[in-house]
Ligand binder design. Structure first.
Ligand code: HEM
Length: 158
């Protein structure tokens, strides 16, 4: 039996992207946003632009890696038919909820770190939407943990 190196690389990508995106969101909401209150308006704006222009690259890379590696994980898991049939509905349902929540998270993260005038309202309420994103991201990590523990059967040898 050989190691599934492609699977391992996608798992690394998925976990590292999730850690970066979720950890970064928690840091921004719980440490950075409350701390900038001590700055003047000018300093605040200068710091915001410095942080935003650097962080946006990580957000975009994390979104791309999460989608590609997540789809790979999902397709290989479903195609391998290893999920115990009684739990198939639960796996599909939880995956569906996770996928929708992930899309909402990606949208909010892009709106918060981007510069599009269409989403200026979201940026004006950054505290609120960062809190929402943090809560959704924690739910997504918890759902992912359940997905991992849904019973699978080992393939038989013929
Ligand atoms: C905010 C975005 C996301 C976060 C924070 C996240 C987080 C995670 C984590 C932590 C795991 C590993 C669970 C474990 O090994 O215990 C995981 C697994 C997985 N993720 Fe994601 N993920 C995200 C987005 C996505 C997306 C967009 C997809 C699909 C396109 C996806 C599909 C999967 C699949 C199929 C697994 C494997 C579940 C299993 O073990 O059966 N994820 N995710």
């Amino acid at each position: 039996m050989q190691l599934d190196w492609l699977g391992i690389v996608f798992r690394w990508l998925h976990l590292l992207s999730a850690i970066t995106a979720v950890g970064g969101t928690i840091f921004l909401r719980m440490a950075l946003v409350p701390s900038v209150a001590v700055l003047s308006q000018e300093q605040h704006q200068a710091l915001h632009e410095q942080v935003r222009s650097r962080w946006v690259k990580f957000v975009m890379a994390a979104i791309a890696f999460l989608i590609v590696s997540g789809l790979y994980n999902f397709i290989t898991k479903v195609k391998s038919h290893t999920i115990v049939p009684d739990y198939n509905w639960l796996y599909q349902m939880l995956f569906g909820v996770k996928f929708i929540l992930a899309l909402i998270i990606f949208f909010l993260a892009s709106a918060l770190t981007g510069r599009s005038p269409a989403f200026a309202k979201i940026r004006q309420n950054a505290k609120l939407w960062l809190s929402v994103n943090m809560a959704l991201a924690i739910i997504v990590v918890c759902i992912s943990g359940v997905l991992r523990f849904i019973p699978v059967q080992l393939p038989t040898n013929g």
